[in-house]
Design a protein around this ligand. Sequence first.
Ligand SMILES: [Zn+2]
Length: 133
Amino acid sequence: MTDRPMPSATTDHERQYWQRVADGDVCIVRCHACGSASHPPRRYCPVCYSDDWTFESITGTGTVYGHTCIHRPTRTFEADAPLVSAIVTLDEGPRLMGQVDCDPAAIEVGRRVCLDTSTLSSDDVRLVFELQE
Ligand SMILES: [Zn+2]
């Protein structure tokens, strides 16, 4: 058990999503009505407002869209400092925010990253990416 904060799910689809993440299966939502992909899961498609959608597993690969380095994070994340946080455009389209496990000098917009699902558990659902070559 860690002292890291955990997301609080308030709807069934949020509970399903966080359980999938804890099981190492990070997913997006695919709308059956218009075909768009989105994240995070919502009751209705953000494009066409349909409620006909399903979860779709991601490959975990993507491109850095933006990033920042947090040198003095909150106490809970002090051990991770300096903490590189990035918005990643997944190869499936949607963007996710996550941590990138790298030297802050190595991160840049356009870098390819891959999600490391090996650390995901019911105690830690932080999305951590690694730089690809
Ligand atoms: Zn739609």
